[in-house]
Design a protein around this ligand. Structure first.
Ligand SMILES: NC(=O)c1ccc[n+]([C@@H]2O[C@H](COP(=O)([O-])OP(=O)(O)OC[C@H]3O[C@@H](n4cnc5c(N)ncnc54)[C@H](OP(=O)(O)O)[C@@H]3O)[C@@H](O)[C@H]2O)c1
Length: 214
């Protein structure tokens, strides 16, 4: 499958690593084309076949039927509002954690979530899925924590879109967990706020993962 990732930072690298490991084609879209090219080269040099990675700087060139928004929440809000034609009818993956770092609280109002707010602002044909917000970037690069498979919690109102994103995660060696409708994104975002806040007390240096054991 062809997947476009908007953003060229830590999460773009982590998610692209897993997608490429799963045999999918990745397009990187960066507002700075040079950064996209550099990340594409780094991914290719890590043993992934370079034809699977391409880089671009404008939304008109979007090739993915799945588009992952690997940017801060505020940037994602702007992107879904502005790239109306380009994003319509695609599966959009929101990975954001909408945190006010000064107060260490979520910037979203109680009862909603970044994913739901982005879905409201997105073109009507876009299918919004929340995923990857609880997996830290460096754990995605390695694909595990101390040999343990990462859980990826997936929420969305369209069952086929959830299944598609689940398959992408699974192909990359991760364990997708379908948590149901997009309304559950609020819980995932609160979950990760707690997880981030525990990094210093636990000394886990953003290398931990939230996992369901049974
Ligand atoms: N880091 C994690 O472990 C982690 C885990 C789960 C979820 N997340 C979420 O993942 C998202 C990305 O985080 P990250 O750690 O990858 O951040 P990052 O390394 O700082 O990368 C952010 C990317 O977003 C781009 N960007 C920023 N503002 C933009 C704008 N207004 N328009 C277009 N592009 C813009 C940046 O472009 P430039 O380089 O040109 O500035 C950069 O490519 C955030 O929403 C975060 O909450 C992060």
């Amino acid at each position: 499958m062809q997947v476009s990732i908007v953003g060229t930072g830590s999460m773009a690298r982590g998610i692209a690593t897993r997608l490429l490991a799963g045999g999918h084609a990745v397009q990187l879209i960066g507002r700075d084309k040079q950064k996209a090219d550099r990340l594409a080269a780094k991914l290719a040099s890590n043993g992934h076949q370079s034809p699977l990675v391409s880089a671009a700087s404008t939304p008109e060139q979007l090739t993915g039927e799945v588009v992952i928004l690997a940017v801060p929440y505020e940037a994602a809000q702007e992107i879904v509002r502005v790239w109306t034609e380009e994003l319509d009818r695609r599966i959009l993956v929101d990975i954001t954690n909408p945190i006010d770092w000064d107060s260490f609280t979520l910037v979203t109002e109680p009862g909603t979530s970044a994913a739901e707010e982005l879905a409201k602002a997105a073109p009507p044909g876009a299918k919004m899925v929340k995923a990857f917000n609880t997996t830290f970037a460096k754990t995605l690069v390695s694909g595990n924590v101390n040999g343990q498979t990462l859980d990826v919690f997936i929420a969305g109102d369209d069952p086929e879109a959830r299944a598609t994103v689940s398959r992408l995660a699974e192909d990359g060696g991760l364990r997708p967990i379908d948590v149901g409708p997009l309304q559950r994104a609020a819980a995932l975002e609160s979950f990760q706020l707690l997880h981030i806040g525990l990094q210093t007390p636990l000394g886990t240096e953003f290398g931990s993962a939230i996992k369901i054991l049974a």
